[in-house]
Design a protein around this ligand. Structure first.
Ligand code: CP
Length: 500
């Protein structure tokens, strides 16, 4: 068995194929013990008492109850909350401080669910004790992926290579399909077939990533076409709570052709999986299918408990515990998001930054963004000047202010309004520092939640710049950056999310 001692569980891509196979193997052992009546008197128990903090900032039935039940069956305990109401998160307490409380109060591990993509990577960066991602925004749900893998393992002769799976429902706004397909992408000869309305279809970034990992991705017209070539069909709920400007009625209309009813499964030897919950109003699975032999989603939920037992046992089974230091890791202060630019000339008369001796100039701002930034920085009585975009021979705005060293929050709020601003710090009439401030462009990324103070960080994924937190690719729009400047920035980035 691979060593999982004190491991964080943030993204399924952090697991190797061997680790997934090991966990599924132990999940099967847990299942066999359960079947032989040894739920509580098996050898899989914590010898040192373990406490799990269970922080669910979004609603959950299975992940929360399943993790808590796993702790209970392992002879551990849990406590926490379900929904932010009744917690100090409603008083604007940050994720960082919430996690530090779990550490200070001697919890041995934390499971958290949060609406922001990348929030769990941040929680893991902060925490001294292991953190488990119970779902972050539309990003990832790694324990769901692991339990889905255990289900496939149990029903596919303990292997994944050569597997063909169908996906349906909402491939765009959920996190389970992303995590499961990335888990499968570790194995050989995987085919994903899917059918869904365009709006609910597989996002291009995911489809590109899967194909770059040699997964065959096939879009088909109908559910029956998908069913005809698969042993497993993984249905998902349209995640209406994450859709903007679309009503439930419109989604019901979109789903008409893609719901799974008896006519869709008739004649196929397929197992129907679903991470649950099923939305009873949309009824993406017709109630009659619940009674059909294809229905496998309740067993899938039980495999979830067994997989979580296996995972928690491996993370926490060792003797000893982590003592609280009370300190934050200084690395949490720093981002690596400042793309250094060459300072070519001293400031010359007639240039836009010519009348600042001490201060900051933001360059390469899109039209009409400068005033918003000035308002956001509260510059009204602090001296500023901006040049709008419609000046001759340029299509960009500049903002000049005597303010020295804007704070990270100020730089972030500027980058939210105007992506990829070039920042010039000026002293004694000279530019002393010039950089492009990179902030993840995924609107739902935790780095863009200004009050959380998450330092934007990136890594170099084989030449692609990715956000450390939501792991989305980053495309730089600032045309002024030279090849050399960009290359040197990419080379300066870590090659993976871990280590920091
Ligand atoms: N599958 C799943 O994550 O269910 P819950 O939202 O109920 O936890």
């Amino acid at each position: 068995m691979v060593n999982f001692k004190n491991r964080d569980v943030i993204s399924i891509t952090d697991f190797s194929p061997e680790e997934i196979l090991d966990l599924c193997g132990l999940g099967k052992v847990m299942y066999d013990l359960e079947k032989s009546g040894r739920r509580y008197n098996s050898e899989y128990k914590f010898t040192v008492k373990r406490k799990l903090a269970s922080f669910f900032c979004e609603s959950s039935t299975r992940t929360r109850l399943g993790t808590n039940a796993a702790m209970y069956e392992l002879n551990g305990v849990f406590d926490g909350f379900s929904g932010a109401e009744g917690t100090s998160l409603t008083k604007n307490e940050t994720i960082r401080d919430t996690i530090m409380m779990a550490n200070a109060l001697h919890y041995d591990a934390i499971i958290m669910r949060h609406s922001k993509d990348g929030a769990l990577q941040w929680a893991a960066d902060v925490s001294q004790t292991p953190v488990i991602n119970g779902g972050d925004g539309i990003n990832e749900h790694p324990t769901q992926a692991l339990l889905d893998m255990l289900t496939l393992y149990m029903y596919n002769n303990n292997k994944f290579d050569g597997l063909t799976i169908g996906f349906g429902g909402d491939l765009s706004h959920g996190r389970t399909i992303r995590s499961l397909s990335l888990a499968l992408s570790h194995f050989d000869d995987i085919t994903i077939r899917w059918a869904a309305e365009d709006f609910l279809g597989m996002p291009k970034d995911l489809s590109d990533l899967l194909q770059s990992r040699s997964v065959k991705v096939e879009r088909l017209e109908t559910v029956r076409e998908v069913m005809s070539g698969v042993k497993f069909y993984y249905m998902t709920r349209p995640q209406t709570e994450r859709m903007k400007d679309v009503s439930q009625e419109q989604v019901i209309e979109m789903m008409k052709k893609y719901r799974v009813d008896l006519s869709q499964v008739d004649g196929f030897d397929v197992r129907l999986m679903h991470p649950l919950p099923v939305n009873s109003k949309i009824a993406e699975i017709d109630y009659r299918v619940y009674f059909s032999p294809v229905q496998s989603f309740f067993k899938q939920a039980e495999f979830g408990l067994l997989l979580r037992k296996a995972l928690l046992y491996e993370i926490l089974k060792h003797d000893g515990y982590i003592q609280f230091s009370g300190k934050l890791d200084p690395k949490l202060e720093f981002g690596n998001n400042k793309l250094k630019r060459e300072i070519k000339t001293r400031i010359k008369e007639g240039m836009f930054i010519d009348n600042i001796l001490y201060g900051t100039c933001l360059d390469h701002l899109p039209s009409a963004s400068a005033q918003g930034i000035a308002d956001g920085w509260n510059l009204k009585d602090r001296g500023y000047f901006f040049v709008p975009a419609n000046i001759p021979k340029t299509n960009k705005s500049f903002l000049k202010t005597d303010l020295i060293d804007p704070t990270e929050r100020e730089l972030k709020s500027a980058a939210i309004k105007a992506p990829d601003p070039t920042v010039n710090y000026i002293k004694d009439g000279k530019v002393i520092s010039k950089f492009v401030y990179l902030l993840c462009k995924n609107d739902n990324c935790i780095t863009r939640a200004v009050n959380e103070d998450v330092p934007p960080k990136f890594y170099n994924d084989d030449g692609t710049i990715r956000c450390r937190y939501c792991r989305r690719p980053y495309t730089l729009k600032n045309q002024k950056v030279s090849e050399t400047e960009l290359k040197s920035f990419v080379q300066s980035l870590p090659k993976s999310v871990n280590p920091l």
